[in-house]
Design a protein around this ligand. Structure first.
Ligand code: GSH
Length: 216
């Protein structure tokens, strides 16, 4: 069997890498990691050696390269772990809509509250645009937990790609001290309790690179 390799950025900063990595971990896959620190003079050239888009993450499975975090999650679900999406067709469609909304949107949050797992900047980054996006995220989480979450503590009960997409948002909320309502707090705690997330954060804390003003 060919070895799977996931090429990622710094664990402290690379929110897109976390999404793909977490989906693969939750699917129980064994894979090698190539970590390319971001924002170095050689970063772009190094990433280009692996990734057609010049971005991480990229998954290498033999001759196949899959890039874009959401496409990697889809590939992992198709090839190894169909249960990374809800079973019910309608729930699956809603889960895909939310995952796509996260992948394509929330630019204010991304720009103003970049992921920085090991640091704390309470109160920083809040703007009217960020606040509106946070409200939308809380509404998504609340509705998912109420309608689909009965079988567990994730958005659709069991862990799905949607949780992989939102895990970096949880990390941002912790870093910037975003006030969470009770349902958001319970969900954030469930994400933070995942052993894979604890493994990622521990690795992020042991990284030595520091990138001021990163926007990813
Ligand atoms: N839409 C892409 C975004 C990927 C992305 O922006 N990755 C950043 C790191 S989190 C990157 O590769 N930056 C390196 C660069 O732009 O040189 C995805 O979902 O994977």
């Amino acid at each position: 069997m060919t070895e799977l390799t996931l090429v990622i950025g710094n664990k402290n900063y690379s929110s897109w890498s976390l999404r793909a990595w977490l989906a693969m971990k939750q699917a129980g896959l064994e894979f090698a990691e190539v970590r390319i620190p971001l924002d170095w003079p050689t970063t772009h050239e190094e990433i280009r050696r692996y990734s057609p888009s010049g971005k991480v993450p990229v998954l290498i499975d033999g001759d196949l390269k899959v890039w874009e975090s959401l496409a990697i999650c889809e590939y992992v679900a198709d090839r190894f772990a169909n249960d990374l999406w809800p079973t019910d067709i309608a729930e699956r469609a809603i889960a895909r809509s939310i995952a796509a909304e996260m992948h394509a949107g929330f630019q204010n949050l991304r720009d103003n509250m970049p992921m920085d797992c090991r640091n704390r900047y309470p109160g920083e980054g809040m703007t009217a645009g960020v606040e509106a996006e946070i409200d939308r995220i809380f509404a998504i989480w609340r509705e998912c937990r109420q309608k689909f979450g009965t079988g567990g503590n994730m958005l659709f009960g069991k862990f799905t790609v949607v949780d992989a997409m939102f895990a970096p948002v949880v990390m941002r909320f912790i870093t910037y001290g975003v006030k969470l309502d009770s349902s958001a707090k319970a969900y954030a705690e469930a994400i933070l309790a995942l052993p894979a997330i604890q493994e990622w954060v521990a690795a992020a804390c042991s990284e030595t690179e520091s990138i001021p003003h990163i926007k990813i």
